[in-house]
Design a binder for this molecule. Structure first.
Ligand code: PLP
Length: 243
């Protein structure tokens, strides 16, 4: 994952100014929805980005990092081991990669089935440890997407709660890919309503208030719908190079 190129001072300055801009827009959106800026955290979605760029961001005070692939999570954890930060897995997790993930992630946002949750809990029993998790919900109602179906979310949340090793922080969703912000907005509203309903009925613990939703193209709308954590990639790091 680590690129051989060292960033130029201009490239590093560019990342810092983009971070400041995103933080300013996040704070403004939080205040517009009657919340304070510190009620919405910014998680950097760092897939495909080299550790050098992530290092600049962490040193600038943005220490919440989200990776999609376990392989990238592991590689960059080693590159960034000297810098305190919190790593979240925000992509699909195969059961055979749970061990690697638990070694390097402080939070798994993509828990979307009970088998996976139990596998994580069993491994944590061996390690005598715990981890933060989000239940990922497929609010876009697309067959191909990861996330538990909204109608099955209640049962999954109930089961996850029974696993003492997992600390449930809230719900996560990804909007429809490639659609306009206004098309995505209802799926963010759905997640907020689901969270409110499950907390009211006592299914979701009182403290599991997190709503992880919103990306570069729509994070202000997500905040308007109640996001407590937005996941930002390209607005900070530019377009991704998948080659
Ligand atoms: C890539 C990614 C993001 C961020 O996307 P951008 O549009 O680059 O901000 C957020 N969440 C998840 C799950 C992602 O994979």
């Amino acid at each position: 994952m680590s690129s051989p190129d060292v960033l130029t001072p201009e490239e590093a300055a560019d990342i810092r100014s983009r971070l400041d801009e995103v933080a300013g827009r996040t704070a403004a959106a939080a205040e517009a929805s009657g919340r304070s800026a510190d009620e919405v955290s910014i998680l950097l979605a760092t897939k495909t980005q080299p550790a050098e760029k992530i290092r600049v961001a962490i040193e600038h005070g943005f220490d919440l990092i989200g990776e999609n692939k376990v392989q990238e999570l592991v590689a960059k954890a080693e590159d960034l081991a000297d810098l305190p930060h919190e790593a979240h897995l925000i992509g699909p997790l195969q059961k055979n990669k749970v061990n690697h993930t638990l070694r390097h992630a402080q939070c798994i946002q993509s828990v979307d089935n009970l088998e996976l949750a139990e596998k994580i809990a069993n491994r944590l029993d061996v390690l005598d440890s715990t981890i933060d998790v989000f239940v990922q919900v497929n609010t876009s109602r697309e067959d191909s997407k990861s996330g538990v179906a909204p109608e099955d979310a209640e049962a999954l949340v109930e089961s996850v709660r029974r696993l003492d090793r997992l600390r449930l922080r809230g719900l996560m969703t990804i909007g429809l890919p490639g659609s306009t912000p206004e098309e995505i907005r209802p799926s963010y509203a759905d997640l907020r309503e689901l969270s409110a309903r499950l907390r009211e009925s006592g299914v979701l613990p009182e403290e599991a208030t997190e709503l992880s939703m919103g990306m570069s193209s729509d994070f202000e709308l997500a905040i308007a719908e109640g996001a407590t954590m937005v996941r930002i990639g390209s607005s900070v790091f530019g377009a991704r190079d998948y080659t």
